[in-house]
Design a protein around this ligand. Structure first.
Ligand SMILES: Nc1ncnc2c1ncn2[C@@H]1O[C@H](COP(=O)(O)OP(=O)(O)OP(=O)(O)O)[C@@H](O)[C@H]1O
Ligand SMILES: [Mg+2]
Length: 341
């Protein structure tokens, strides 16, 4: 029997994962079972109805993750798995990897499976040999994970780690027959990825990265900076999660309890600065624009920053479903590698 194809994008903000059986987008955060019910809603929330699951790895306490994790556990008690340093050695990151593998496995019939895994790293991390090797060592081989009391044995037999933005490029330029479009095969493509913890500007020629830069600042910092300015203006503590919510629902008002603070002006000035800094990196890295065959914008942050970027740089285009475009590309690559099995 062939290997089961898994594609996972371990983002700093969200894990995006996909197999033939299903897909998910879940915050890259974990909590501990003892802290359930620690939100302001307290015990009035029935944890049974929330979308969270319990996981355990050998000799470690049970932990919790899922799309409702922020409702189940007070955000201050959640463990973030993003790190500007070597996240691949952190226990919390390993727990994130193992719950993601168990989650995709839960769609399968067998509890003992062999997989081909395609994933990625930020472009600057992948060139740090120590980081790439630490990640590979951890991913390859057998992962034993308990999920809601059932044990899963997931053997990663085949592994490929690529630059994260290359995932988006494969999604855009691989057709249904898994043939690579000539713009990617023989041309030059620029891609900008507005992620939660990183902002990546990358240039690929003949499918190889030939330049670019990764900033260890992304949307999380963007929301925090606005929260800081609004907190000063209104002399109240405004958490960045309310800023993120106000941007997502497009009213630019931070609402919590009885409070409602308009942060539109701070948002506008921050977006201006963010676009300037990214355009600056781009202009630095790119040689002659006329030689570029494609200009793509991806990552969840591009759902709103994309428009402002395009006002300045009209040749760029936001990809379809930017938050999951990278994982879709990883999945296409997995399928093409498994062709003929
Ligand atoms: N529909 C949407 N509207 C507004 N913002 C969104 C939407 N979808 C995602 N976002 C925002 O996009 C941001 C980045 O999401 P994304 O999943 O691409 O980051 P990531 O891959 O986890 O981070 P990184 O690439 O830095 O590791 C998140 O902060 C999220 O709030
Ligand atoms: Mg990302």
């Amino acid at each position: 029997m062939g290997l089961i194809n898994f594609a996972i994008d371990f983002g700093n903000g969200y894990v995006k994962a996909k197999s033939d059986k299903g897909s998910f987008v879940i915050p890259s955060k974990i909590g501990y079972a003892d802290n359930i019910g620690s939100t302001s809603l307290g015990d009035s929330l029935d944890s049974e109805t929330l979308d969270i699951h319990y996981y355990a790895r050998k000799d470690e306490p049970t932990y919790v993750a899922g799309s409702d994790i922020e409702k189940a556990i007070n955000p201050s008690q959640l463990v973030n798995t993003n790190s500007a340093n070597n996240r691949y050695k952190m226990v919390a990151f390993k727990q994130l990897v193992d719950f993601s593998l168990a989650e995709l496995s839960s769609y399968e019939d067998s509890k003992n499976i062999e997989v081909r895994l395609i994933t990625g790293m930020p472009s600057n991390d992948i060139y740090m040999k120590e980081r790439k090797e630490a990640f590979e060592r951890f991913l390859l081989g057998t992962h034993v994970v308990e999920r809601d009391g059932d044990e899963w044995v997931i053997n990663v037999k085949e592994l490929k780690i690529i630059e994260q933005p290359l995932g988006t490029l494969l999604n855009v330029y691989l057709n249904d027959e898994m043939r690579v479009h000539k713009d990617l095969q023989e041309g030059t493509i620029v891609v900008i990825d507005f992620g939660s913890g990183t902002t990546i500007v990358d240039i690929y020629k003949n499918m190889k990265r030939i330049g670019g830069d990764t900033l260890n600042e992304g949307m999380i910092k963007f929301y925090k900076d606005i929260a800081f300015q609004a907190s000063n203006e209104y002399s109240d503590k405004i958490d960045s999660e309310y800023i993120e919510a106000g941007i997502k629902n497009k009213d630019f008002i931070a609402k919590f309890g009885e409070k409602a603070y308009d942060f539109k002006d701070f948002y506008k000035s921050m977006i201006f600065k963010k676009v300037q800094s990214v355009v600056g990196i781009y202009e630095n890295e790119i040689g002659r624009e006329s030689l570029v065959n494609g200009f793509l914008v991806t990552g969840g942050g591009s759902t709103f920053i994309g428009d402002d970027l395009i006002k300045q740089k009209g040749n760029f285009k936001v990809v379809d479903r930017p938050q999951t475009s990278t994982v879709e590309g990883y999945f296409k690559l997995a399928k093409s590698l498994g062709k003929g099995e």
